[in-house]
Design a protein around this ligand. Structure first.
Ligand SMILES: [Zn+2]
Length: 227
């Protein structure tokens, strides 16, 4: 299950919690640095300007197999990954609730948490936050910034919730993410929410079959070849 970021001050959606003055001076600071750098540097630094983001359309997806429901902007932070933050982790979660209630929670601005994807027991994948952006799912700011969060609908203590269709579908999604960002398929880079430093969450729990999951992800990556 997603959790609010613990480190640092809570961050909101686009432009929230930032005064106009901070935006102005933050921007000038970057421009001053850019002035001393070459053209390539300027192009790279341009993305660091506050409030600037890549063009994007509502409902645009990162994974072809997914549906789309937008999470509340209060539950994630606008970013330009992988240009501003390198993406090199996948965090595996279990929702501790049904699909509809999980989607509802991520749409609720008071929930203060979300994940990029929710995988259902029938294999359906719903995307709720763009991979460009930082979803609040790991309860750890730096882990949120570097990771994609995948929720699985079910309960940690109910092994029957982790269906064949869910494993297969989630593995296809994880493989697609690993290929696109060059993430190694191993337990250092595909981690449990319970393994994130500072978290008190236990998901996905002892019934999640890691050997099976990684085997499936590797098979999917191998089937498609290098990105
Ligand atoms: Zn979790």
């Amino acid at each position: 299950m997603g959790t609010v970021e613990k480190a640092g001050k809570p961050a909101g959606g686009p432009g929230r919690g930032r005064t106009r003055r901070a935006v102005l001076f933050g921007g000038l600071g970057v421009l001053a640095v850019a002035g001393a750098a070459g053209a390539d540097e300027v192009r790279r630094l341009w993305w660091l300007l506050p409030g600037v983001s890549k063009p994007r359309k509502e409902g645009e997806l990162d994974y072809a197999g997914a549906g789309w429901t937008a999470a509340s902007p209060a539950n994630w932070r606008l970013a330009d990954r992988p240009d501003d933050y390198r993406v090199d982790r996948i965090v595996v979660h279990v929702t501790q609730g049904g699909f509809a209630s999980s989607v509802g929670a991520f749409r609720n601005p008071w929930h203060k948490a979300s994940a990029h994807y929710i995988v259902r027991q029938d294999g359906h994948v719903e995307q709720m936050v763009r991979e460009l952006d930082v979803a609040f799912h790991a309860g750890n700011r730096s882990m949120n910034e570097r990771s994609i969060g995948i929720e699985h609908v079910g309960y940690v203590e109910r092994p029957r919730d982790f269906t064949d269709a869910m494993y297969a579908s989630s593995a296809r999604l994880a493989a697609d993410i690993c290929r696109r960002y060059g993430i190694p398929v191993d337990r250092r880079h595909i981690v449990a929410h319970s393994e994130v430093p500072g978290t008190d969450h236990t998901d996905p729990g002892p019934h999640w079959d890691w050997d099976r999951y990684l085997r499936l992800v590797r098979a999917e990556v191998a089937a498609k070849g290098p990105a």
